[in-house]
Design a protein around this ligand. Structure first.
Ligand SMILES: [Zn+2]
Length: 429
């Protein structure tokens, strides 16, 4: 593997260690990176587009990068999930960054598809391409309007401007959500925060922003590598190396375990890499060819979540249908999308099972706006107390030892599995 690509992977691994995912807690919005299934289906997400500029190098008579990606997907009957931005033309004054670094698109801000060419990218300027995505059955998710990181990040992106406010992050996402709804008649349901920076302000995170939007948090489990660049001074050799870096890991993973992509979400780029080349339009076919030869279907993330919305529970589990119905209206899953059914259930978790999602989210966000960070079940506990389901002074971390009468069948099993199994769910009847 070329050195720069190895370095890119090392930097990413180090960043993951330095910026660990927050401790999983029950949350209505969950980080969806992979789901549990035995079927050979997977998804591909394409970040930072659309892009209405030719490929680099251009061997397609000037056809736009996003159109080329859509052409290849159509050829393989594959559906993509396009994690689009709105518009970066407001992200000035700024300075051009250095090629080959994470600042390639700008020092203080990101600019897509390129510095000074913002009017060729984003959903605002690319109405025709957005229409094409919708008409061809792809999913579109919200990668924020201006691609500003929500909160400070002092390791890789320390020179970047950030929003630093919960309300500003919600407003930025709402702007793109409204554009697609009002102009294109499309409702987005997921978001991926720019550069995966979760911290916003005062202990609030991207998950709270998702809750406010009614979104799920879109992550990924396999790096498709289209964002990485090779430093070979010969551009042709560099492009070849970049294409290999996209295709070979997929081949190796499939050779090692033909089922390894079941339920995975492959991260991909709708645009240029750090050298402003677009290996994705050259390497994507190789990836899709491999997946097809192993019998995989590439579907949208929404379709993947219809197979199973959970990372640790598949259709074969006897509780699957009940929990699948419940998760639409109740907060029963941890923020990392695991159910952890073997754990003892806590009173806070019981409150979140009993309280309708809308009430739980609305009340918790109201507490946050009033006084800052709130425990996951803060709003749900208030609602349960008002309904007389739980006492007012309930310790959310205490284990469940008895269940409110009427709503549950008889049980002595107070694990999460036991309590969900005994619940006489209104939505499952
Ligand atoms: Zn991005």
């Amino acid at each position: 593997m070329p050195l720069i690509i190895k370095l890119g992977k090392k930097v990413k691994a180090a960043a993951r260690k330095l910026l660990p995912a927050p401790e999983p807690r029950l949350s209505w919005s969950r980080r969806i990176s992979q789901i549990k299934t035995k079927s050979r289906i997977c998804a591909m997400t394409f970040d930072d587009g659309p892009m209405d500029l030719p490929a680099v190098p251009d061997r397609f008579h000037g056809r736009a990068v996003t159109d080329l990606i859509l052409d290849v997907l159509a050829e393989y009957d594959a559906k993509g999930t396009f994690d689009v931005i709105g518009d970066t033309s407001e992200n000035y004054p700024d300075k051009r960054g250095r090629l080959g670094t994470t600042n390639w698109g700008g020092v203080a801000y990101d600019h897509y598809p390129d510095f000074g060419r913002d009017e060729h990218g984003g959903a605002l300027h690319c109405e025709r391409i957005i229409r094409r995505m919708i008409d061809e059955g792809h999913q579109i998710t919200n990668h924020s309007y201006r691609h500003l990181i929500y909160g400070r990040e002092n390791i890789i992106y320390r020179k970047r401007r950030s929003l630093d406010s919960f309300d500003a992050a919600v407003a930025d996402l709402t702007r793109l959500d409204s554009l697609l709804r009002d102009r294109d008649g499309y409702q987005m349901t997921m978001t991926r925060p720019p550069h995966y920076v979760n911290r916003v302000e005062k202990g609030l995170t991207a998950y709270d922003v998702c809750d406010a939007m009614g979104y799920q948090y879109l992550a990924a489990s396999f790096d498709g590598a289209g964002w990485m660049s090779d430093r070979n001074p010969d551009p042709e050799a560099a492009l070849e190396a970049e294409i290999r870096a996209m295709v070979e890991p997929v081949r190796k993973a499939l050779e090692k375990d033909p089922d390894c992509f079941c339920g995975q979400i492959i991260f991909q780029k709708d645009g240029g890499n750090m050298q402003k080349r677009t290996p994705v339009v050259y390497g994507l076919r190789g990836q899709l060819e491999l997946l097809r030869s192993y019998g995989y279907r590439v579907v949208t993330v929404a379709e993947l979540m219809e197979e199973s919305p959970f990372a640790d529970l598949g259709r074969e589990d006897p509780l699957f249908d009940k929990l699948n119905a419940l998760q639409r209206d109740r907060t029963i899953v941890y923020s990392d999308n695991h159910l952890r059914l073997d754990r003892p259930m806590t009173l806070g978790e019981l409150a979140l099972l009993l309280c309708p999602r809308e009430e739980a989210v609305r009340r918790r966000l109201a507490i946050i706006r009033r006084s800052g960070p709130a425990a996951p079940a803060a709003g749900a506990l208030d609602w349960c107390a008002e309904q007389g389901l739980l006492p007012g002074e309930t310790d959310p971390k205490a284990p469940v030892t008895a269940l409110p009468e009427g709503l549950f069948g008889p049980t002595t099993d107070f694990t999460r599995r036991g309590v969900y199994a005994a619940y006489r769910s209104p939505s499952a009847e």
